[in-house]
Design a protein around this ligand. Structure first.
Ligand code: FAD
Length: 642
């Protein structure tokens, strides 16, 4: 898709440039007095949480933002493979895939050894992330991702829309009420900043609050949570421009290091014409802020031109620009339970996204870490609020995501140092290897982290079964379910199995059949299906509320290696009757074929098969042998409530 030819136009890229106008913000409405979940901030973290919770009719969610309407320009632009997968869980990946610039190559530029004042391309490589996911890394305006999440919210069962023009002033958590799950211990005070009622103060009481209010989070400060780490000492300029240039890699992500003028990271953007430039600026003095540098967009362009010499760069339009300075810092805790508290306390307040980790923009990891933060938290809040899970589930948010935050700032520290390293070309041939080659090596080494696909959670009661890992070596326990295709038995359609894992709060059990045909009643697959369907200890039977569809809490899908299967021969449990008419669900049984062999692709033991348990956030929770019926029950009994 091509757009922005005659100037940058924010809004819905499905609408042609000439007709595109940003949607008006929703009409102002009073804040509700009492809610289940209060979300502060409409960045990617807040919107992903709101998008998830909006699908639960019995959960009252409120999301509040200080700005006057949805974002239109700027900020993050990289959408990692994992973020794409999460958007697919919201049924929304297609638009992003179509609209985003798809990252397939990286180019590296350094001073020309023969004339170091001029840059020269050293090499161009395929992006190291290719193949880690069914999605490629995309580059698109953060505002567009917001729009897609907002669209999903307003069309959900709860028709959730943000309350704009409200600034959180303060937040209090009544400690005497926090362990009473029915109570609303959180009191948030907002001030309106719209023209009609500026200064009006409103109060909301909530069962839980999630501070998604960015790096200067008022929620974090109100909870007395400190950020730990280095504060900023380096500023970068960032701008989205419509350029004319003779720089040949203007449509390839390029790392450009000059001899004396610093570095530029060039990121082509959606629509075919737009380009983002990250321009390295000087080190900040102690206590100096980037705003004190008094730089303009023209200064950034001038610096970029010097770095990109001998190529010329004419900027026809600056769509957005900013000076960006951040240190690498992580919050000391991600919820309101102080360190050293007794076990078993239920947290009622959380921080997510930039509110609990800040870092530089170079890796494009801010959005791609913030959004998965709340993708981790959302289903847990929903499960506890609905009474389906023990509240101890809520403490796993901090345990799982704080580790990721440390991975993020460590990677960012390394990347920042590499990008700012001056190349030594022309002085000493051996030292020439310390320039962009190190960046390339870093990207290759960290590709799984950068793509978000190798991020995994440590062994815990929620991620267990490591003794059975060999049964499915390509599904590392704790990491997300790495999708692959299988063929649906009922209609022969090849389907991405990972796309069955929707963000609907349900657990999934994948049965990967062994060498015996499931049609044989004595086979282990048949035994497992019989257990899940009928045994009193079956987690499906135990935790599905009376009268609800059989797959409403735990969905069971099966993949078999045998070729002679027909849907009518399958046990009813695998194509159950559902809904008010008792219609059959034909979309749970799959088989392999020569082209689509998930057993081969994910290292599944063909002889023994296995059970793979997948959490509502798509991470692998457990792997078990097919006959481990008691083990499967024990796993769910560890946290699920009837
Ligand atoms: P944010 O996106 O910061 O969202 C927080 C939201 O909370 C905001 O909408 C804010 O208005 C709202 N809010 C804050 N305080 C209050 C309050 N008291 N009351 C009500 N609402 C409040 N990342 C990149 O990868 N590349 C970039 O080039 C890049 N550029 C950036 C430029 C700027 C100016 C900023 C601020 C960030 C940039 N980032 C960039 C970072 C990236 O945008 C963030 O990492 C990502 O958006 C974090 O998401 P979040 O939801 O945690 O927080």
């Amino acid at each position: 898709m091509q757009f922005h030819l005659n100037g940058f136009k924010p809004g819905n890229y499905q609408v042609p440039d000439e007709a595109r106008e940003p949607d008006p913000p929703p009409p102002m409405a009073d804040l509700p007095k009492e809610v289940d979940v209060l979300i502060v901030g409409c960045g990617p973290a807040g919107l992903a949480l709101a998008r998830q919770l909006a699908d639960f009719a019995n959960i009252k969610t409120c999301i509040v933002e200080q700005k006057s309407g949805p974002m239109l320009f700027g900020q993050a632009d990289g959408i990692s493979c994992r973020t794409m997968e999460i958007m697919e869980a919201f049924n929304s990946s297609e638009l992003l895939v179509k609209e985003a610039y798809q990252l397939h190559q990286n180019a590296f530029w350094e001073p020309d050894a023969r004339n170091p004042q001029r840059i020269k391309r050293t090499h161009k490589v395929a992006d190291a992330r290719l193949g880690l996911s069914e999605f490629t890394h995309g580059v698109v305006n953060q505002a567009r991702l917001h729009d897609i999440l907002l669209d999903g919210m307003v069309h959900s069962i709860t028709h959730l829309v943000p309350h704009y023009n409200r600034r959180l002033l303060e937040l209090a958590v009544d400690r005497s009420l926090t362990q009473d799950l029915r109570a609303h211990p959180v009191t948030a005070t907002f001030e309106r900043n719209d023209a009609s009622q500026s200064g009006k103060v409103e109060t909301v009481k909530a069962r839980y609050v999630v501070g998604c209010d960015g790096a200067r989070s008022v929620v974090r400060k109100s909870l007395g949570i400190e950020l730990q780490g280095d504060s900023a000492n380096k500023a970068w300029g960032v701008m989205d421009v419509l350029p004319i240039t003779n720089f040949p890699d203007i449509r390839v992500k390029s790392f450009i290091q000059s001899k004396d003028n610093g570095a530029v990271m060039l990121v082509p953007r959606e629509g075919g014409y737009l380009v983002r430039l990250y321009v390295e600026l000087d080190l900040l003095g102690k206590d100096q802020r980037a705003s004190q540098l008094n730089l303009s967009a023209d200064d950034l362009i001038a610096r970029a031109r010097r770095i990109m010499n001998p190529y010329w760069l004419e900027v026809k339009e600056v769509a957005w620009w900013s000076i960006y300075e951040v240190g690498q810092r992580v919050a000391e805790r991600f919820d309101d339970i102080p360190a050293g508290s007794p076990d078993g306390l239920v947290p009622r307040a959380f921080v997510a996204g930039d509110a609990c980790h800040t870092h530089s923009p170079k890796g494009g990891w801010g959005l791609n870490t913030s959004l998965p933060d709340t993708f981790n938290l959302g289903w847990k809040l929903a499960a506890v609020l609905q009474g389906g899970s023990h509240p101890k589930l809520l403490r796993t948010y901090e345990a799982e995501r704080r580790k990721v935050a440390f991975m993020l700032i460590n990677a960012d520290r390394e990347m920042s140092a590499l990008v700012a390293t001056r190349p030594h070309a022309g002085k000493d041939a051996s030292l020439a290897k310390t320039g962009t080659v190190d960046i390339e090596n870093f990207i290759a080494r960290q590709n799984g982290f950068i793509a978000g696909t190798s991020i995994g959670y440590d062994e815990s009661w929620l991620c267990t079964g490591h003794e059975n890992q060999a049964l499915a070596s390509g599904f590392p326990i704790g990491q997300r379910f790495h999708s692959a295709r299988a063929v649906r038995v009922a209609d022969g359609r090849p389907v991405q199995l990972g796309h069955l894992n929707k963000a609907d709060g349900r657990w999934r059990i994948f049965i990967f059949g062994d060498a015996e045909s499931p049609l044989d009643a004595a086979s282990r697959s048949a035994g497992l299906i019989g257990f899940l369907a009928d045994a009193d200890t079956s987690p499906v039977k135990k935790y599905t509320p009376a009268g609800a569809d059989v797959d409403s809490v735990i969905e069971v899908c099966a993949v078999f290696q045998q070729q002679d299967l027909a849907i009518e021969d399958m046990p009813d449990f695998l194509w159950p009757a559902k809904g008010k008419y008792g219609l059959r669900d034909y979309e749970k049984v799959f088989q392999t074929n020569e082209m689509h062999d998930i057993f081969e692709q994910r290292g599944i033991d063909r002889l023994n098969g296995c059970i793979v348990v997948v959490r509502p956030d798509q991470h692998i929770a457990n792997i078990l042998p097919l006959d481990a019926h008691a083990g499967l029950s024990r796993f769910f009994d560890g946290f699920m409530l009837r």
